[in-house]
Write a protein that binds this ligand. Sequence first.
Ligand SMILES: Nc1ncnc2c1ncn2[C@@H]1O[C@H](COP(=O)(O)OP(=O)(O)OP(=O)(O)O)[C@@H](O)[C@H]1O
Ligand SMILES: [Mg+2]
Length: 252
Amino acid sequence: MSAVFALSSVGFSYREGAALDGIDLTVAAGERVALMGPNGSGKSTLLRLLCGLAFATAGEVRAFGAPLTEARLTQVAENTAFRRRVGLVFQSPDVQLFNPTVLDEIAFGPLQLGWSRAQVLAAVDAMLDRFGLGALRHRAPHRLSGGEKKKVALASVLVTEPEVLLLDEPTAALDPRSRDDLLELLSGELVRGRTVITATHEMDSVAEIAARAVVIAGGRIAADAPVAEVLADAALLQRVGLIRGAGRRLEA
Ligand SMILES: Nc1ncnc2c1ncn2[C@@H]1O[C@H](COP(=O)(O)OP(=O)(O)OP(=O)(O)O)[C@@H](O)[C@H]1O
Ligand SMILES: [Mg+2]
């Protein structure tokens, strides 16, 4: 299988300091990868590099066989082609949603791609149905609840069926039923054949959404192995803070 992403010795620093360091990672087409790590470990930063919203300050990120650089993405044709292939659902839907209604929000991507009116309406309806958002179609996205916003953000990316999906904590803020529905989507037909990279620290659902787990701690890769193997490594999970240690600091 060809590599969708190939990162070698990748580092990234914000003005405040380094967030990623020495990342070597190859993701093949069709893989389902979980990016696991505690708060602040660098998961969202890594997803931003993979979707070309930020650029490595050390090493090289390659996407679809070519370096993913700022220069490449400032060319309109390259940018359009890349954005068509890779979709990111942000951790915070507030960053993502900007249209006046839910309908416009989900239709935006298809309209950008030049779909016909009939195609757009059919695809939007299917997404509204899938996420149980029908009653909210004329509502303003910024005035929805947190979980409703998250669903609209997911629908607005999934509607164009990008071949690579980057999902940043997709089930955070969802109630148990919505969470189960989404996990079913993310393990079913909707993602079949696609490359899906999901940042999460939800240990109980990771096996449903990924076959491979990349554990990040302090901006570095601490483990890269089949999910079952990582989940069985209690010492690793405790060391990086993904499961509770013996002494819970907030307890008396
Ligand atoms: N916009 C930013 N400017 C400066 N520093 C940032 C910015 N975003 C993140 N950081 C820092 O970079 C590091 C990695 O953050 P990142 O958001 O990638 O972590 P994360 O693994 O996604 O965490 P979480 O589980 O809380 O979402 C943290 O130390 C964080 O404080
Ligand atoms: Mg994050």
